[in-house]
Design a protein around this ligand. Structure first.
Ligand code: 2BA
Length: 108
C-alpha cells in the first residue's frame, strides 16, 4: 500500500474528493495552510493499493487546476516612513503530490 498526500486548492477539493470516492478510493480531507502564501489549502490523504496509485493521481490531476494568486512583495522603497509593497503574481497548483510507502495498515 502507498499513502498519497495531495495538497490542492480549496476550490478544487470537492471535485477531487467526489472523483476519488466515486472510483472507490477512501479519502481523508485536512484543512491546511501553505507556508508561503499563508492562505488556506486542502490536503487529501488516501491509502491506495500500489497498482492504483497512477489512477488516483490521474483523478487528482484532472480535477485540480493551476491558478495565479497575487502576493504583496516589499519593493524596498520607503515612502512616508512606510515600506511600499507591489502585488506580484504567483502560480499555484494544480496539485502537489507525495506518494510514500506504508509499512503497516490496520483497522482495529
Ligand atoms: P504555499 O507554500 O502557500 O505556496 C504557494 C505558491 O507560492 C507555490 O505554489 C509556489 O508557486 C509559490 N512559492 C512557494 N514557496 C515559494 C518560495 N519560497 N519562493 C517563491 N515562490 C514560492 P505550489 O508550488 O503549487 O504549492 C502549493 C502549495 O503546496 C504550497 O502553498 C504548500 O502548501 C504546498 N507545497 C508545495 N510544495 C511543497 C513541498 N515541497 N513540501 C510541502 N508542501 C508543499
Amino acid at each position: 500500500m502507498k499513502l498519497i498526500l495531495a495538497i490542492i486548492n480549496h476550490d478544487d477539493s470537492q471535485k477531487v474528493i467526489r472523483g476519488m470516492t466515486q472510483n472507490g478510493f477512501s479519502v481523508t480531507k485536512l484543512a491546511t495552510t501553505g507556508g508561503f502564501l499563508m492562505s488556506g489549502n486542502t490536503t487529501i490523504i488516501a491509502g491506495v493499493d500500489e497498482a492504483r496509485v497512477d489512477e488516483a493521481i490521474g483523478i487528482i490531476r484532472d480535477m485540480s487546476h493551476s491558478r495565479t494568486q497575487l502576493v504583496p512583495v516589499m519593493t524596498g522603497m520607503e515612502i512616508g516612513g512606510m515600506f511600499s509593497t507591489m502585488p506580484t503574481e504567483v502560480m499555484v497548483g494544480g496539485a502537489t503530490i507525495f506518494v510514500v510507502d506504508v509499512d503497516r495498515f490496520e483497522k482495529v
